[in-house]
Every structure is written in structure tokens, then in C-alpha cells.
Design a protein around this ligand. Structure first.
Ligand SMILES: [Zn+2]
Ligand SMILES: [Zn+2]
Length: 368
């Protein structure tokens, strides 16, 4: 049963090479159509079966942490009194930002599993630092694409009552409306389309990825990265993306960015087109003319073959080598966009603490 669920998630997210017909995506932008079909995984059918077999049965032991990841509980009061331009890592690609006295949240994922079912599929390493019920009113939820680790039904439904707007790429908005989100709240933007909300300018920008939530709806909806522009901050959110020349074009048009929230995780040599290795993430940050780099898409779900901390180890080392500030707050801890603070390396030595018998519970990790 469990294997079936993992198999389903894998099939529906990674191992899809179907080149969906262009006519079924007639509503998508010309630019993304020109980029179809993306090859999600390398090799032919036999090679793909081998890749899936390895993913399911030959996982290295360290793709999940051996102890709970430290989480700092976040309260509504703390959020309400936080200064503008504060950013919080809630887990995976879920980032909460306070901008212009309002709250903005990307790809809200609060459920236990990134899966069509909650009895199987990738399970999170840590609890969210705050519940949706405890969140203050949200000005807008920003969605990058429809994969389960970014578009979570239960999170969207709960957020609908306290969220003013949901911004999505083309086609994704219809999924939200189908889940009961009032259509007036849902704004679908094509690549390079802009929208003014709550004193901010938001722009849907290109990404190199793919979409689909099942076996038979591949690439029917758009995927996007997003630009947030305030009076004094320029923020980029990558969603999921392989490295491509779009980062340079976005940087030329909307950079320099004060902070880039950039995908750094779930990479693998077998699917190089759709996720970035840390070296590519750093290059994307440079292309975007970014100042601080805030790595996302790591530390919450096991979606590849690399160790759970490899993205953080490598991106911090690269940042140090190149003089790029990499912002790595622990889950739930505030980070100021304007400061070039790195944050403590909360992920280091967690596994060795466990193996040495020093800790077994999150309460033991309060020093981190
Ligand atoms: Zn994805
Ligand atoms: Zn993802």
C-alpha cells in the first residue's frame, strides 16, 4: 500500500516524459509552449524504470534526518509585531513574508505528506512552526505550480477563509476554485504579467519545470516563478525550476533583488532539466542580480537521493567561496531581508548527535 503511494507520487512528479499535446494547453503562454516538451528524466524507458527502482528501493540512509529537525514555534503575536521585510522559513517552499504591513505566503504546505493521500508519499521531517489557524490574515497566497509539495488541498482550503487573494499561474486557479476558493479571490497570471495588490507589484515570471497531479493531466497547467516589488524591497521566488536563461532575463528586467528565495533541493543527475544543483542555484542568484540568497525546497521532504542536508551544506559553502550571503534561519526563526546575516548552521551535526546518543527529542535541541 505504502509503496503504491510512493510509486504514484514518483510517477506523477518525476518520471514523466509525456509530451502533452500542445492543443490541450491552448490557454498557456506561447513562451512556455515553445519550451515543451521538457525531458523530465534522462534516458529511455528502461533507464527510467531503473531510476524509479533506485528511488524506491535503493535510497541512501541519510536522505532523511535521524532526529527531528529543530523548529522554533511562531506565534501570531510575534508576527503582528514583527517589522516589515521579515521572512520566515515555514518548511520546504513555504515562506511567510511581512511586506508593507501585510502577510504573504508562498506555496503553503502544512500537511504531513506531499501526496494525493495522507497514508503514503513523502512525509515531512518537521512540524510547521505555526498552524494555519494561528496565522494572521494573509494578503495573498502565491502558488508556483500544481505539484503536491507546492499545492496542498487541505492547506489551501484552510487558508481560504483568511486570505484575500490567491495568485497562480494559468490553469492552477481553476483547481483552487474547484476546491471551493471563491473565484473572486483567485487571480491567474501568465508569464510576465503584472498585478498590483496591497501596495505591492507582483509579476509572474518564467520557470523551467513541468506540472501535473496525476497520471493523465501532465503539463495542463502553467508553472511560474514570482517577483515581489515593494517601495523598498525586491524579492524573487523561484518555485521549482531547472537552471535556464530565464533567470538572466528576469534579473535584467526586475533586478537587482534584495533577496532571492531559490530552489536548492530535490536535484539529481537523472533529472537535470527541472531542478537545480546548488552550483546552478548560485548561478541563478548571480543572474538575478541577487544580494541575499535564501535557499528553499530542502529540509522538509525527501524528494531525491541526496542527503537531507546536502543542499544546505553546499549552498553555504558556495556562498562563502563567492562572497554571497546565504540566509539560513532555522524553521520558524525570523530573518531580516535587509541584513546579510547567514543564520546558524542548525542542520549540522544533528545526525551525529543522534548516533552518539546525546539527543533523541526536539526539546534536547534547544541550544541550536
Ligand atoms: Zn515541482
Ligand atoms: Zn517541488
Amino acid at each position: 500500500m505504502v509503496m503504491f503511494g510512493v510509486f504514484f507520487v514518483m510517477v506523477s512528479t518525476l518520471l514523466d516524459n509525456s509530451s502533452s499535446s500542445a492543443q490541450t494547453r491552448s490557454s498557456l503562454s506561447l513562451e512556455s509552449d515553445q519550451r515543451f516538451p521538457l525531458k523530465v528524466t534522462k534516458g529511455g524507458s528502461f533507464e527510467q524504470v531503473r531510476i524509479m527502482w533506485d528511488f524506491l528501493f535503493n535510497k541512501p540512509a541519510d536522505t532523511r534526518p535521524s532526529v527531528e529537525i529543530p523548529v522554533q514555534t511562531l506565534t501570531k503575536q510575534e508576527l503582528l509585531t514583527a517589522p516589515n521585510n521579515t521572512v520566515y522559513r515555514l518548511g520546504h517552499s513555504t515562506v511567510l513574508m511581512k511586506l508593507h504591513d501585510t502577510f504573504w505566503i508562498t506555496d503553503p504546505m502544512f500537511s504531513d505528506r506531499a501526496s494525493p493521500v495522507q497514508w503514503a508519499g513523502p512525509q515531512r521531517f518537521h512540524r510547521p512552526p505555526i498552524t494555519i489557524d494561528d496565522l494572521p490574515p494573509i494578503k495573498a497566497v502565491i502558488i508556483s505550480h500544481d505539484h503536491y509539495d507546492h499545492l496542498d488541498h487541505d492547506s489551501i482550503v484552510k487558508l481560504a477563509v483568511k486570505t484575500e487573494y490567491f495568485l497562480t499561474p494559468l490553469g492552477v486557479g481553476a483547481i483552487l476554485v474547484g476546491w471551493g476558493v471563491p473565484s473572486l479571490k483567485v487571480k491567474q497570471l501568465d508569464w510576465w504579467q503584472e498585478m498590483a495588490i496591497g501596495g505591492l507589484q507582483l509579476v509572474a515570471t518564467p520557470a523551467r519545470h513541468f506540472s501535473g497531479r496525476g497520471m493523465f493531466n501532465k503539463n495542463q497547467t502553467q508553472w511560474a516563478s514570482w517577483v515581489f516589488l515593494t517601495d523598498d524591497q525586491r524579492v524573487f521566488f523561484s518555485g521549482d525550476s531547472g537552471y535556464f536563461d530565464g533567470f538572466k532575463r528576469i534579473g535584467d528586467k526586475y533586478g537587482p533583488f534584495d533577496i532571492t528565495l531559490l530552489e536548492t533541493g530535490a536535484y539529481n543527475a537523472n533529472w537535470p532539466e527541472v531542478h537545480m544543483h546548488p552550483e546552478e542555484t548560485i548561478q541563478a542568484h548571480i543572474d538575478l542580480k541577487g544580494r541575499n540568497l535564501f535557499p528553499i525546497h530542502n529540509g522538509t521532504f525527501d524528494l531525491s537521493m541526496h542527503s537531507w542536508h546536502d543542499p544546505l551544506d553546499r549552498i553555504v559553502a558556495l556562498g562563502n567561496a563567492l562572497g554571497i550571503p546565504v540566509v539560513t534561519p532555522a524553521v520558524g526563526k525570523p530573518a531580516r531581508m535587509v541584513e546579510a546575516a547567514g543564520g546558524r548552521r542548525w542542520w549540522e551535526n544533528l545526525d551525529s548527535l543522534k548516533s552518539s546518543g546525546c539527543v533523541s527529542r526536539i526539546s534536547d535541541l534547544n541550544h541550536i
